[in-house]
Design a protein around this ligand. Structure first.
Ligand SMILES: Cc1cc2nc3c(=O)[nH]c(=O)nc-3n(C[C@H](O)[C@H](O)[C@H](O)COP(=O)(O)O)c2cc1C
Length: 213
């Protein structure tokens, strides 16, 4: 199946997913870091490392990287704070740069454009190879957790209103507001923002109850 066609079946454009970016430094040593990634409307990969990271330097110097899609939280922890050894990696299929041994699903990308500001860069990578085993993981995205959190909190508002626990109500409203903003940032104009619109309406109608009493 053509690469981009496959990516379109799995990912929605402009939603931030979480993966582990593997790169190679000038000495040929592998590096891994937890990294958000998304696809633009053309289904090129977008990654946005801060400029003080090694990932930024290695991606810029080598012009290639691999997005490993895994949903093992321990691996994310290790990629963020742990130390990697060479035995954690295999060479990727096409570009022969490090990819995680454990990943059943990875995308090799070649940098085709870099936009930078003072603190952060936006790398656009052309997907050159997609490796997916028959059973592969779905990527994490913060948006699903955020919607679930907002949904749960919204169900408690009516109860707390009835109990006149207004401080608790305010706390929940501010949490929901926090998740609402997060969802609009990481998944703009998506089914998730539409669900949040519905949740907000329900929350508003439950809050009206307050002024009636
Ligand atoms: C889920 C998750 C997503 C992350 N996304 C990004 C990101 O998009 N850009 C970034 O610069 N750092 C991101 N980080 C933080 C980096 O993984 C962390 O700073 C790491 O140390 C990168 O630095 P390094 O390349 O020097 O190792 C993320 C961390 C986690 C846990």
């Amino acid at each position: 199946m053509p690469k981009k066609k496959m990516l379109k079946l799995i990912f929605e454009p402009n939603i931030i997913y979480e993966g582990i970016l593997t790169t190679e430094n000038n000495e040929g040593n592998p590096h891994m870091a937890s990294m958000g990634f998304s696809f633009n409307d053309e289904y090129d990969i977008v990654v946005r490392p801060f400029k003080d990271t090694r990932s930024y330097n290695y991606l810029k110097n080598k012009g290639m990287g691999v997005i490993n899609i895994v949903n093992d939280i321990e691996l994310f922890f290790k990629a963020t704070y742990g130390t990697a050894s060479k035995s954690d990696f295999f060479p990727s299929y096409k570009l022969k740069i490090p990819r995680l041994k454990e990943s059943n699903f990875y995308i090799e990308g070649r940098v085709k454009k870099i936009d930078e500001n003072e603190v952060r860069a936006s790398f656009i990578l052309e997907p050159v190879y997609v490796y997916a085993k028959k059973t592969y993981e779905r990527p994490f995205t913060r948006v699903e957790f955020a919607v679930i959190e907002a949904l749960i909190h919204s169900t408690r508002i009516k109860v707390f209103m009835e109990m006149k626990l207004y401080e608790e109500v305010d706390r929940l409203v501010s949490l929901i507001d926090h998740y609402d903003k997060l969802i609009r940032r990481i998944a703009p104009n998506s089914k998730y923002t539409r669900i949040m619109d519905e949740i907000n309406k329900i929350v508003d109608s439950n809050l009206k109850f307050k002024s009636d009493h």
